[in-house]
Design a protein around this ligand. Structure first.
Ligand code: GDP
Ligand code: CA
Length: 315
């Protein structure tokens, strides 16, 4: 069985761990979001790729969901002592090594896809991890403060401001001219089906879909998605702020209509959302209820299995 998964960070990585348990023999290709990538202290940081790599490779800080296990922050403190900015992004000492290796390889001319493969040689995530593109794409957010309207990097809005100022627009800068990374379209073409984990629909899955060619390749496939919204709220994080910014209701049905029935064929919603699932225009989508909380390994495995089962049924 060949499966392609479009993944952001925490929601994507946890779902993938369940998928590996549910379908241990499947060949899984992960197309990772790189719109959250940011240069810090001269280093290229790819938060979502690293969250997937560390989670599947056994190096993640479980409680936090991102960053390394047993992390220390000496370098961060030393940089702050020099007055270096920014101080709001948590880079740990162990994590720094990943970004140093990545940046050196990029500077030597390797594309991000090859660099990611090299990093994964250490972590052995058990999936093929591809960035959505090798080109630089950065999600920017338009906000308005005392200084007027301006665009800031997604991480500044998300991490520094904790999405406290409304986003007037969210744009993946550079996406229009970007190409899918080598292997992405082929993996989609050869996949038996494609899964959308409960990742942020706007700044994770939506960003991947903004790379020309990916959405069209998916239309020919059976796609099953898992709602990242349970009972009208994102399970963790502030995904509602992203949905509000693009005028989408924070609900399982809202996210389903955002993707649309021409893209998503099957949609898993939480049992408590199923009775209220009103779906004008979404009739072609098969909606199924299943517990969606990835609270422990068994619940996560069962959720991934439900997604696989629905995809097999529909394909
Ligand atoms: P990020 O890049 O780290 O923000 O992670 P993702 O884009 O992969 O996913 C974040 C989204 O996952 C959050 O906005 C939540 O809505 C969703 N999420 C997190 N944990 C769970 C869970 O246990 N169940 C479901 N259904 N969604 C979850
Ligand atoms: Ca992310």
């Amino acid at each position: 069985m060949r499966i392609v998964v479009l993944a952001g960070g925490i929601g994507g990585a946890r779902f993938l761990r369940g998928l590996k348990a549910a379908a241990p023999d499947a060949e899984v290709t992960v197309v990772g979001n790189t719109g959250d990538d940011i240069y810090l202290f001269g280093l290229k940081v790819c938060p979502d790729l690293d969250t997937v790599m560390y989670t599947l490779g056994g190096g993640i800080n479980e409680e936090q969901g991102w960053g390394r296990l047993d992390e220390t922050f000496v370098v961060k403190e030393e940089l702050a002592a020099y007055g270096m900015e920014p101080t709001w992004f948590g880079l740990g000492d162990r994590d720094f090594a990943t970004h140093i290796v990545r940046t050196q390889m990029l500077d030597a001319g390797y594309p991000l896809s090859q660099v990611t493969e090299a990093l994964c040689a250490r972590w052995e995530p058990g999936v093929r991890l591809l960035p959505m593109t090798d080109e630089r794409v950065e999600t920017h957010v338009v906000i308005e403060d005392e200084g007027g309207k301006r665009a800031i990097h997604f991480q500044e809005w998300w991490v520094r401001l904790r999405a406290s100022l409304p986003a007037l627009a969210i744009t993946p800068v550079g996406a229009d001219e970007a190409k899918p990374a080598p292997g992405v379209l082929k993996a989609i073409e050869e996949a038996d089906f494609v899964l959308f984990p409960p990742s942020n629909p706007v700044v994770s899955v939506g960003t991947i879909l903004s790379i020309p060619g990916i959405r069209d390749a998916l239309k020919a496939k059976t796609v099953v998605g898992v709602s990242p919204i349970i009972g009208g709220a994102p399970v963790r994080g502030m995904a509602d702020a992203c949905l509000t910014a693009i005028g989408v209701e924070t609900s399982a049905a809202g996210v389903a209509s955002f993707y649309g029935p021409e893209l998503v064929n099957g949609w898993l919603v939480a049992p408590e959302d199923a009775p209220h699932f009103v779906s004008p225009g979404l009739e072609p989508m098969t909606v199924r209820a299943h517990p969606l909380l990835m609270s422990d390994p068994e619940a996560t495995r069962a959720l991934a299995k439900a997604a696989v089962d629905l995809a097999l049924e529909l394909s």
